[in-house]
Each structure stands twice: as structure tokens, then as C-alpha cells.
Ligand binder design. Sequence first.
Ligand code: RB5
Length: 291
Amino acid sequence: MAEHLLRHRAKEKKLDLDVASAGLAAFPGDPGAENALKVLAERGIDGSGHRSRKVQPRLLEEFDLILAMTSGHKKQLLGLAPQLAGRIFLLKEFAKGAEQGQEADDSVEKEYEISDPFGQSLDVYRQSLEEIDRAVQAILQFLEGGSTMNVAIGSDHGGFRAKQALVEHLRGQGFSVEDLGTDSADSCDYPDIAKEVAQAVVEGRSNLGILICGTGIGMSIAANKVPGIRAALCHDTFSARMARSHNDSNILCMGERVLGLGLMFDVVHTYLHESFSGGRHQRRVDKIEQA
Ligand code: RB5
């Protein structure tokens, strides 16, 4: 699954990568697992031509980066090719390192495992694919030269303090942030700010937008008036992930009077790092746009 997803995402970004996969316990020539092919197909990826091959030290030598799903696999790879230690990582470990500019330390390596869904239900395969996709997106962004995401952000007086804290936080995380106001805690009207941020997004000056008012409600109603905007009011990380993954939402709305800063940062982090799944969700988003 990871091979096909990485190749697919690299192609979307017009990155020329040579991607291959091999299994430590694979039977050469076997097709991909039925559920793997199904969840790939749900994303419009055809894995039907896939045939397994077995990991060989000579094959490993051919690649600059070797990514494993579990620490057990990583250890076996290191055993097969100890001279390639600097090129062998866990998929999520490398993605995290790419985000943070450092390698994961051994004590937390377990946290970076993606468990093997082999033989399990379609839902388990789906979850694995989503986990792989998040890691793949981070890796590609890193390989692209760390091209930074541009985020437009705005608030009214009700969201001013949270917006100030978020601007500083996101800049510290390496995002390029366009702060479209408001610039003080003085009373102002949220539709004016919502329009500014929505325009920055639809005109392509920003990849995504964030709007904060007291509840997030006024901002989401106002932003959704602008054609092309899919503003989502999210006060938990699950909704934030789904808003990007299923709805291709392009503006996140939150309420300063609803969320503490800690949870707000987590919601934002989840939203900005998730990507659209496409496939059947694209059809639904197209219907919204045509409505
Ligand atoms: C301002 O008091 C408040 O109404 C506004 O920030 C927001 O919550 C609107 O939905």
C-alpha cells in the first residue's frame, strides 16, 4: 500500500521518485492483499498489477531511503544490511524527523510503528492507509525542499488573544502565516475578517485559512458565503482530521470562548497536517461546489 500511495502522491506533486517495495516474509510474484487493493481503489489508485518481491541486501543497496512499518522490520533490515544504517528508518519516524528536523530517539520508536494490517478487516486496512498517507505527505513535503505551507489567519475581538498566540506558535513551527487581523481587542465585525481570509484562500495566496471568533460559529457562517470555501467548525481533533480528509475543508473555524489554547493548537496541528483523501469524497465535494 505504501509503495503505491507514495508513488501516487509523488506524481501529484510532480516529484520524480523511484519507489519500490519488498517484503521480509513475501512470496515472490504474489499479488497485493485483496483488502489493500480495495482501499487503494477507494482512493483511485490501481494496485492490481502489484507483484510481491522479497527483500534482498542487493536490492536495498539501490535505494537512498529505506522505510519500514514496524521496529521489528527495521531491526531485520539493519541485520541484513548494517552498512545502510543511515538510510533505514521507520516510515513515521522519518516523517516526524522531517517535520521536526531531527531523528526519533530509540525510546519512543514504538510510537512510530504502523502495525501490519495483513489478514484484518477493510476498516483496519483503511486506518493503516490513512496513517501511511499522513507520513507520506510529511516526507514528500520534506523532499520537496521543505516548501512551507502558507496559512491565512484572522479573528474578531472574541478570538483576538487566541489568534495572536496561534500566529506566534505557527511561525515557530515553520509555517508561513499571513495575519489578516484584527489587530486589537477592540470590538469589530467578524464577517469583515472572514471575507479577507476566505479571499486569501480562494485566490490561492494561502493554502489554508484559520478563523477564530468567540464561538467560531459566526466566522464559519460568513466564510462559507464565499464560493469555493469549505469552512469547518471544529473543536476536536477527530473533526479536524475528517474536515480535511473527507470534506477537503479549506478554512478551520474555532471559538476562543470554547477551547483552551492547548487543545486549540492540537486541533490546528491535526488540520494542517491532514490531507484530502479524494476518491468517493471528491465526488461529494464536487456536488457541493456545483450546488
Ligand atoms: C462577539 O461577541 C461574538 O459574537 C463573536 O465573536 C462570535 O462568537 C460570533 O459568532
